[in-house]
Design a protein around this ligand. Structure first.
Ligand SMILES: [Zn+2]
Length: 136
């Protein structure tokens, strides 16, 4: 469901009676919205065991950089939700397939190409690639 969430909030997940409603920010790009919905879906699948709960997500990358404001559990849940979203939107096998097919691009060009191909933001793809690099 699109919501007017203001600038700060990317997405919310409201769980009521076990039913989840996901809200995403209308002002964000399509790529970010897709990541947000996938991220909130991850919260629902992995952390939504309670009957009533509200997840409010601001910028995930900011969140990673300012870990101190959040409890360890929250940081862990955010990482898990991000990993869930990344795996859903940028499956490892498909990213590798595209990576090997595209030769002769600079690193920036390659990331931009992949971001477009998978309809995600450039920062999300950058993060995914560096994460997948540890598998190489
Ligand atoms: Zn989250």
């Amino acid at each position: 469901m699109p919501y007017n969430l203001g600038d700060e909030v990317s997405g919310i997940l409201a769980i009521n009676d076990g039913k989840g409603t996901i809200g995403y920010n209308l002002q964000h790009s399509k790529g970010r919205q897709r990541f947000t919905v996938a991220h909130e879906l991850g919260h629902y699948v992995m952390h939504g065991k309670t009957k009533k709960e509200l997840f409010v997500d601001k910028d995930y990358i900011v969140k990673f950089r300012s870990n101190k404001k959040y409890s360890l559990t929250e940081v862990k849940q955010e990482k898990e939700a991000n990993a869930f979203a990344a795996a859903l939107l940028m499956p490892k096998e498909l990213v590798f397939k595209e990576l090997y097919r595209e030769q002769g691009l600079t690193e920036n060009e390659l990331i931009e190409f992949l971001a477009k191909r998978f309809v995600v933001s450039v920062p999300a793809m950058t993060y995914r690639i560096s994460d997948l690099n540890s598998f190489l």
